[in-house]
Design a protein around this ligand. Structure first.
Ligand SMILES: Nc1ncnc2c1ncn2[C@@H]1O[C@H](COP(=O)(O)OP(=O)(O)OP(=O)(O)O)[C@@H](O)[C@H]1O
Ligand SMILES: [Mg+2]
Length: 333
């Protein structure tokens, strides 16, 4: 004799009087494997709760927990609890905790990045302090050497060819040393930009005009629309000149430099500079913005770090990509 209580009838849909001619187990557990497991569990008459997924008369899947009691007279009572809601809540909680974990991971990563940046900034600040204090001391003797060499050359007239050659070497090395000091000062003493609204194409043309570009390098600019950015003209000129100089050097005298600009989804301006040089190996893409990273015999490795600092001081970003093609992307608010 099988008796189904009111709650079972309500939830699962079958009534006591209906199941005389129906295999209730088959209806409730359509999957034979589950049915066998459920039957075995019932036969064991274990009081421990075990989870089973049952199917209601209307086909609804209900997650339930079952416990069985066998009375002394052999009567067996099976008690089931609908835990679908609890399961759904547990699933939601699991998803939420996974989401939280992901968020914590992301925040930790961002924090590490920020810490790395801070460390670099600290290193630069120390370097800046050091550079600032000795730069004048070095700049003045360099200027004195430069002018003395100039007067020596003047005084010599045609003079000894070998001596002239060595004086020339002194001059060029003095200029190189001076430019290292200038770059160091630029990098470490960059002031907060005094920003004004400027037309981006004007800023680009300004930088192009003040750069040394051989006739054999073709420059193509393309601006999708008139774009204004809030920036300090001199700083942006310096930033762009460094990129243009790199492009010209990379193309070894001849090639094509393409400069395009547009407004991206975020509302920021994006400037893309592409040259037809050999490109940047992917393993160097992250290093090129670090101070003192250079692959050039005569390079110092200041150009792009100064550019990066300027762009970031303007609230923008700079990145290099090697796919598709090699290009530098600048975004500015
Ligand atoms: N357009 C480019 N094509 C290929 N490599 C580039 C390009 N621009 C930069 N690089 C790489 O990035 C490195 C760093 O550039 P960065 O301008 O900071 O220093 P540098 O040009 O080597 O020296 P400096 O600018 O101080 O004279 C370069 O040495 C070069 O390897
Ligand atoms: Mg450079």
């Amino acid at each position: 004799m099988l008796y189904l209580n009111k709650e079972f009838e309500k939830k699962i849909g079958w009534k006591t009087e209906e199941v005389k001619d129906v295999d209730l187990m088959e209806k409730v557990y359509p999957d034979p494997v589950c049915r066998r497991q459920a039957l075995e569990y019932m036969q064991k008459a274990s009081v421990e709760w075990k989870e089973f997924r049952v199917q209601s008369r209307t086909g609804k899947s209900i997650v339930s927990e079952w416990s069985n009691i066998r009375l002394k007279d052999g009567t067996q009572i099976s008690i089931g609890i609908d835990i679908t809601r609890r399961k759904q809540d547990e699933e939601k909680l699991k998803q939420y905790s996974e989401h939280l974990e992901k968020m914590v991971d992301e925040r930790t990563k961002a924090l590490r990045e920020a810490q790395k940046k801070l460390l670099l900034k600290e290193r630069l600040a120390i370097l800046g302090h050091f550079a600032g204090s000795i730069s004048h001391e070095i700049r003045n003797p360099l200027a004195a050497i430069d002018s003395s060499v100039y007067f020596l050359k003047m005084g010599m007239g045609e003079g000894n060819e070998k001596v002239r050659k060595h004086l020339g070497r002194i001059t060029s090395n003095v200029h190189k040393a001076t430019s290292i000091i200038e770059s160091l000062l630029n990098l470490t003493r960059m002031e907060k930009p005094k920003a004004e609204i400027h037309d981006l194409s004007e800023l680009v043309n300004d930088a192009l005009q003040s750069s040394k570009i051989p006739d054999t390098v073709e420059v193509v600019t393309s601006f999708s629309e008139s774009i204004s950015i809030n920036s300090e003209r001199e700083q942006i000129r310096m930033a762009l000149k460094n990129i243009i100089k790199n492009a010209v050097q990379a193309m070894d005298g001849s090639g094509k430099l393409m400069i395009t600009a547009c407004i991206v989804k975020t509302g920021n301006a994006e400037l893309v500079l592409t040259d037809t040089g050999p490109g940047i190996p992917s393993e160097n893409l992250n290093k090129i913005f670090e101070p003192l990273f250079t692959t050039k015999a005569q390079g110092i490795g200041f150009g792009l770090s100064i550019t990066k600092m300027i762009i970031e001081n303007h609230g923008g970003t700079i990145r290099a990509e090697s796919e598709p093609g090699d290009r530098l992307l600048l975004t500015c608010p």
